[in-house]
Design a protein around this ligand. Sequence first.
Ligand code: PLP
Length: 342
Amino acid sequence: MVAAPLRLRRDADALVANWRALARMSGSAACGAAIKADGYGLGATWVAETLAAAGCRDFFVATWAEAAALVPLGLPSLSVFHGVRDEDMELALSGIATPVLNTAKQAARWRGSGGHACHVMLDTGMNRLGLGEGDLALGAIDGLAIDTLMSHLASADEDSAQNSEQRGRFVAMAEKVAARRLSLANSAGIALGPDYVFDLTRPGLALYGGVPRSELTGIISQVAFPEAQVLQRRIVPAGEAVGYNATWIAPADTEVAILNYGYADGYFRGFSGRGAALLGGAVLPLLGRVSMDLIAIDVTGHDIAEGDWLTIDFDLPRAAERSGISQYELLTGMGSRFDRIG
Ligand SMILES: *Cc1c(COP(=O)(O)O)cnc(C)c1O
């Protein structure tokens, strides 16, 4: 296959260091890894192989199709957050992964199929997925062999009263259920401190360089580095415009590199006039609008030619602030046109 003009350089050492840092913060709790959405865009196989080699055991995807793609890796433990629909049962019963049961119907379906090990998601106030107090009272999960009983925090990235409220409900509900382990914290939840880690933590974002809370600043480092190739280098004379709708006008003669990277690669239009490439210690500003497949970068005074590569500034907290796009969306939006390397 032809090498793409766009590549995602992935830093395996940074990924492992982030996981180790989160594992340390998890204390005596095991630290797993959420690798749904193709490992948040980095490549689930690469993430899982790298973290399994570092000692991570508990991996989580959203769907059975995602689980099936990881079967060749033989991961120590793989779980499916979205549970089992009728359509999933054949694959689920083949034993490739463990479901996280979210509803009374899912629980009944699983019990009726033979009572293999499962996990259970409790709703503690997010009102997304999970069983509530009422379901438990009706015996919805009675008789199941529950490995991990879990819930999910809605506002862990904020100093919100909802965090301790959810924790309190989780503890109260867990007292009525027999399970091998309890699990509540995502990345931001780990940063809330030891009261939130229980027996197993489930970070995603922070593994990949995302910083959802300031406690993680300086602890988490960047893993994903988009690099784009220069397709053309031109001089834009003073007074001429660059890009769609002519939003940037050259104040002086400007040397411009046109890069193969655009909003179809997840570099959304929120970066228009605000993004940057990095060259050594220099920050090279993005000029004008982001196109579907192209951006323009000011390379005045730099030795950058057609065919060269530039690294895009993709420090997640900074890129999110600049673009108004969440760190999660920046990662998962990256799309399929990258050669993922490293
Ligand atoms: C995605 C997800 C996680 C990981 O969350 P991050 O905020 O990315 O750390 C953990 N638990 C559940 C149930 C999830 O859906």
